[in-house]
Design a protein around this ligand. Sequence first.
Ligand code: BG6
Length: 505
Amino acid sequence: MWAMGENRLDPCILVIFGATGDLARRKLFPALYNLYLEGRLPERFGVVGIGRRLASEAAFRDEVCRAVKEFSRKVKIGVCGDFLESFYYQQFDLGEAAGFLRLKEFLANMDRIRETRGNRIFYLAVAPEHFGPIVDQLAASRMVAEGGGWLRIAIEKPFGHDLASARELNQRLARVFAEEEIYRIDHYLGKEMIQNLMVIRFANSLFEPLWNNRHIDNIQISINESQGVGTRGRYYEQAGALRDMFPNHLMQLVALVAMEPPVDLRTKSIRDEKVKVIRALQGLTQDAVARDVVRGQYTGGNVDGEAVRGYREEEGVSASSRTETFVAMRLFINNFRWAGVPFYLRTGKRMPERSAAVVIQFRALPGTLYFKEFGALEPNLLVLKIQPEEGVFLQFNAKELGPGGRIVPVKMNYCQNCDYPEDSPEAYERLFFDLIRGDQSIFPRWDEIEQTWAFVQPVLDAWTAAREATGEGEVALPIYPAGTWGPREACDLLEREGRNWWLVL
Ligand code: BG6
């Protein structure tokens, strides 16, 4: 699928709304650059950046080049070369209908010069309030109706603020674009190890037979971040950790870990299995939310030996904010394979380190033989390491060297990016590559998004109800010092069942 030299990609123009923003600079341009170096962009290709901040194309190209030098995993010598020649710039305000008409003409002209045949990708790397208006303007300017080639629209998260607004956004999109033209970005799905998840599960006779409630005790999925909210305080105040990470990255991980094998590798088959397992999630009642969902907010502390401020002191954050920066949750999947197996999910900002992993803890053997003599043994663990290390770690028991040796856990570690980290593609490289070649497999379909929001919505509702019940808006919000693994309550969630979070460093 990723084979080199197999470049039969259709010519096209990529229009990036929000081209002068942070995401474009840090992720989009460097990813395009790496694809360019590897010969994975169409031969006839152009990028049109839309922004307000920069006044000229020259300034835009300079900025693209600076971004590449700063953030690309590849560039070591400061050469942007021919790459920049594909970059164009249009300055206009997104509310300006005339700007869209100018863009339409500009694209038609580019088609003539670059022979891009009217094929267009509209990439929305803007704040969510612009999604709907941009889509409406694309329709009103008849840019969608009159391009003459194929069309795709890529939308960054957040896809809605809750279930109702996600539905509304989808309806607005669906009035203009067909589902086959909509690419909802969840950048986690472009990560190498998440791509690898299905392969590890379904291409190994070693794991798949054990992948069920007869052999697995519990599954833990963690996305830990050492960063705080940085400059995104204003967005984060409206979102919080639950909206920011659950209806997207974490639930997509649950789906990939828990889904049944698809009948084949076609997009529809994979998406069908993901939706099926998301629909099997046990719904959360208000009591279940109180019992099984923990949130927290970081206060000042120490990360990596550096003193850092608390969430309420961050830029753009209210001094009395009740926004959660950490969530841990226990959930169940009500189907034959998973009934009774707890899935523990957690994510938080300002944790001691940046790491994301899936830990599969296998059941203990019957308490005979070695167990009698040596007491409880360490469980078998299979760890799928997503970042920063990408790989697989297997823990099993063996005898210590020498006579009368104890039984100790031994660890087998496969790391695919340890030796040459720069060889591991960034998520956005894969996302762009698939977007350009028109493969939707790693872009969630609408029903996946709808079902994940439907699962998360009762948590939002329960929190709102709790806030309203207190009258003053004060609800228990556990705190944790920056540089720790979240509030105590997150450990209680597992310890009350005799389990613990596995730290896989
Ligand atoms: C984004 C969230 O989707 O994912 C951020 O909005 C979060 O808050 C980020 O920091 C994490 O992504 P990654 O790739 O750095 O793990």
